[in-house]
Design a protein around this ligand. Structure first.
Ligand code: FMN
Length: 205
């Protein structure tokens, strides 16, 4: 892997209380070599970390609309989709999970995903109350993302949740998420390089 290799990570975040850890996910990603991060929170997610220091540019729904004035202006959800090598949604709440499994695109984050280049990886990190996690809708929606679109999932962990219940549903730790993002990017490069090396060249390598 080249020392100069740069990857653009678009970090979406949705309205789980686990959004308070968004600044920590950014910091963990920033520790990895060659990673550039931009953040796209939903309005509900931003509520949880709006007063925190985030070491990345934040793009909101308001910006999507305010930057477009005339036909020749760039459209933010398309620009961000072009910029990104990977999209990560951490945390992914039950509401946005249901929306993306059904193709709904009513905000910046879901519009980016609906316009996504499906050859690029997407990683989602669900976070919700245990009852929401075991609800049949959750596995149904996650299987659409996994089986139809090959999204990768970092499963939630078990602990006492913010609501006081104990069980599975808490977002995975920021270190775990950042490590998985980096692993996916390196793996993606390896597969692409294999694609451009002919079988004969591979034998010689
Ligand atoms: C304090 C608080 C904590 C919440 N935590 C979660 C959560 O962990 N997971 C979840 O799926 N929804 C959670 N919600 C509900 C979502 O915020 C709500 O469904 C919202 O409409 C999600 O919008 P979004 O998907 O556009 O971000 C929480 C709501 C509140 C008020």
């Amino acid at each position: 892997m080249s020392q100069d290799r740069q990857w653009n990570v678009l970090l979406g975040a949705t309205g789980s209380v686990a959004s308070i850890k968004l600044p920590m996910i950014v910091d963990e990603l920033n520790k990895k070599p060659g990673i550039n991060v931009k953040v796209v929170p939903t309005a509900a997610s931003y509520f949880f970390f709006k007063d925190a220091k985030v070491n990345a540019t934040i793009h909101t729904d308001e910006e999507e609309w305010s930057m477009w004035k005339k036909k020749t202006d760039p459209v933010l959800h398309i620009e961000l989709r072009k910029w990104a090598d990977i999209m990560v949604i951490a945390p992914l709440d039950a509401n946005t999970l249901a929306k993306i499994a059904n193709g709904i695109c009513d905000n910046l984050l879901t519009s980016i995903l609906r316009a996504w280049d499906t050859n690029r990886p997407v990683l989602v990190c669900p976070a919700m109350n245990t009852n929401m996690w075991v609800h049949p809708f959750t596995s149904k929606h996650l299987s659409v993302l996994e089986d139809t679109f090959d999204f990768k999932i970092v499963a939630p962990i078990s602990k006492t949740l913010a609501c006081g219940d104990t069980g599975v549903g808490a977002m995975a730790e920021p270190e775990t998420i950042a490590a998985r993002v980096f692993e996916l990017l390196v793996e993606e490069d390896r597969v692409r390089n294999e694609d451009i090396i002919s079988p004969d060249e591979r034998e010689l390598a």
